[in-house]
Design a protein around this ligand. Sequence first.
Ligand SMILES: [Zn+2]
Length: 507
Amino acid sequence: MYAQLSNILLIFIYTTLPIWINEYLQPSTDWIFAAAACISLLAPFIVLPRLHHFYSLLLALFLYLPTWADLGHRLLFDAPLNSSSLTGVIYTTPGEASEFFSAFFNGKILVFTLLTLLWIYIGIFKTRSLASLHLSGLLKAFFLSVTAVSMLHLWASYVIIEYRFIPLQIYLNIRQILQNERDLKAIQTQLGEYNFAPIYSDFKDNTPQTFVIIIGESLHRGHMQLYGYHRPTTPQLSQRDDLLVFANVTAPRAATLSSLNTALSFADSYTFDGSILKGSIIDYFNAAGFTTYWLSNQYQGGYLDNLIALWGSKATHPHFINHDYWGERQAPYDEQLLPHVRQALQDSAPRKLIIIHLMGNHIQYKQRYPESFEHFSGTTDKSQTVAEYDNSVLYNDSIISQILHELEQQGGISYLLYFSDHGQDVSDSPDSCLCHSPEATTPPMLEIPFILWLSPSYIQHRADFLPRARRNLNIPYNTKDFIHSVIDLSNLHNTDYIPNKSIFAPR
Ligand SMILES: [Zn+2]
């Protein structure tokens, strides 16, 4: 009797433990889901007692393996397993994998893994079949009815479960990543078939040209001193008097990919249609005979979930410094791009386009800047988050200024253009989400900085440009047409270029 009870108890704990762990990790416990899931998971032990070991093994594979991966990720990085990490795991090479293991497989993880394996061994081999229970027909019928109701409940609340049940989330995530790869492969086979019409430059002498574009991340201009913010978040840019600060520029969407896909190509909207495949800003400048650089601190997704990275990889010199599986959370500081920027500037090629894609002011603001930039602080949780965002703006100011300083030393025809992919809704007010979201977009998520510096040689070689740029400082402009502005600014033209779509257009 005692042996039978302890066997039932062991089966119960083995089967339902991942459910309880999941509930523990959620902000609040869903008792109805937990009960329904426990009953449904236990049912096969009673209905199909002969498949006892096999079913225990299935539980190990489909519940324990993802739970182990998620908990292990939390132990290592203090964060749940996310799609960036999963992408890393799926597309890792043996070399990277062994590097990863030697760097992170510490004692804590080893003990945790051994305990998990021991527990799974006990669950599979030390529990006994419930065939000997000989439940009466009535009891069996009752149990089956309860199971049916539980399963119905799970089915009806699938959307909620998908959102909060970690093992299921991990499998759905993997499915999505593989789907993204198939989508992108389909696009990749079509990329590069488009030929631009001949591209001409109106700079007529042989003065070297160095064009620098910095793509910021999640920066709302309302948090920049340069745009009138009350905190001194851009002390270095603010003290310059040679910047053209455009006051009225918005992003097409409040998300990185959908915003940049249109800004950096001839596409008018975020759809995977022919216009996106017409090639990107990198293709265009390659075709125009430029030496192109793509220096990025954004997660590359192995080129696989990221059209922007795919475009960037077609530069003459692509460098992605953020190889971390855990994506933006543990991204290097943007200053680690600076040696690459210096190298690009020293390249003796006569015509260069250098695009720098920052991690900028992406969420987890505190992870974006070193301690020496911890300048502002708040008194409440929310005002502290705002302060951390402002610290990241302060750091961003120093990164842009350092790049501008290096560029100034170069001489020649050059410009530096900074804009942000989209903004961010960060304020102390109760309705600010401290986020950006294409589903619930607010004005701060679209209001972006757009800042231009022109070298003295540029101004001298193109007398009409500065006055017309100055005239347009306040015009409303959406960066979905960004590529036309860049072509104009670079003094290039061909039939793909539509002059009226440039922010600098005379009008
Ligand atoms: Zn973004």
